[in-house]
Design a protein around this ligand. Structure first.
Ligand code: PMP
Length: 349
């Protein structure tokens, strides 16, 4: 018996590749191609560095207050964390303790099984149909919780409020997490349902629509008891996950609604163009409600296309996984990046 036998044995989440070079087109991690709001940059420039000698506000209170105001919620309904991955991990820890299996679709964000493994939470995946649609009727069985990404990733499909309502309606005894990482790009937020369902938790992120993936800000919205449980979980492993600079920059972002709306509409317009041109090249893809598309070419292998694009310094995401191993998840870039991508695809095909 060696100490090595006691090291954690887990297959960790694999993030999009970050090549060790500067001049390439990165469409593999669903980042925003535009910079954060000028107000965010100003807040960082003007940040009082001396204040770093003190711990940050443990509850990220200024940012939670700004978010509560924006969403028309109370301060007690908002939890802020170090990226929505951090918030989601805390949610799994805080809410899924029944011993019954947690349910989520077989094709969804691949971090969910990793948190379940790490936290020893039993889980069952529920197959989506051949068009990657989730059937809410599949979530009418005993469970220890439900997790739905809406819009879903990597499929890009967004669903209406009735779909989420149906899942909530049939799952009043467990916590239902709706992961809204991509909701700002045309999805429908479940925020209006918070008043009706006390077992609903919504998570959102600043990494996509707010162009702040490098800053690590995410949040959870829910009723008071849900949010208190998250604070208890946070304070049991790290009292200060949000640093002071991130709190200040986050507030500045939330206060610039105009820039946010403009950036989001630019990405949406480019997504529509990208989808149309990919279809013209023979690709098949569902209508996207996110800042990426999920495309397949009926005649060419996705792996091959992905490898070819790398030779042209364009990185897209390929998952070598059952049911989706002929698909590419392509992030919506700038218009020039899309031109380069389409040019390369045209050459390849
Ligand atoms: N949820 C989904 C569905 C995602 O795709 C991502 C991004 N990988 C996240 C959550 C986490 O994003 P972040 O930690 O940057 O907030």
């Amino acid at each position: 018996m060696s100490w090595k036998d006691n090291l954690i044995k887990i297959q960790p989440y694999t993030a999009g590749e970050q090549p060790n070079k500067t001049d390439f087109i990165k469409l593999n991690a669903n980042e925003n191609p535009y910079p954060p709001s000028p107000r965010v940059l100003k807040a960082i420039r003007e940040f009082n560095g001396e204040s770093l000698k003190k711990y940050p506000n443990a509850d990220a209170a200024p940012l939670a207050a700004a978010l509560a105001k924006r969403f028309g919620l109370e301060r007690e309904n908002v939890f802020v964390g170090n990226g929505s991955d951090d918030v989601l991990a805390l949610c799994f820890r805080a809410f899924f303790n029944s011993g019954k299996p947690v349910l989520y679709p077989d094709i969804t964000y691949s971090f969910y099984p990793v948190w379940c493994e790490m936290l020893r939470i039993p889980y069952e995946t529920v197959p989506v149909d051949g068009s990657f649609n989730i059937d809410s009727a599949d979530y009418r069985r005993p469970n220890g919780g439900v997790v739905i990404a809406n819009p879903n990733a990597p499929t890009s499909i967004g669903r209406e409020l009735d779909f989420i309502r149906d899942i909530l309606h049939h799952n009043r005894e467990s916590v239902v997490i709706v992961d809204e990482a991509y909701v700002d790009f045309g999805g429908t937020s479940a925020i209006p349902l918070l008043k009706e369902y006390e077992n609903l938790v919504i998570t959102q992120t600043f990494s996509k629509s707010r162009s702040m993936a490098g800053m690590r800000i995410g949040c959870a919205l829910g009723n008071k008891e849900i949010i208190s449980a998250l604070f208890a979980a946070k304070d049991s492993y790290n009292s200060y996950p949000m640093d002071s600079v991130a709190i200040a920059a986050g507030v500045a972002s939330v206060e610039d609604e105009e820039y946010f709306a403009q950036t989001v509409s630019r990405v949406i317009a480019s997504r529509e163009r990208l989808s149309e041109e990919l279809r013209a090249l023979g690709f098949e893809l569902p209508d996207s409600s996110a800042n990426f598309v999920f495309a397949e070419h009926p005649k060419r292998s996705a792996r091959e296309i992905c490898e070819y694009l790398k030779t042209r310094d364009i990185y897209v995401r390929y998952f070598s996984k059952p049911r989706i191993d002929n698909r590419l998840r392509i992030t919506v870039g700038t218009e020039q990046e899309i031109d380069a991508l389409l040019g390369a695809l045209n050459n390849f095909l």
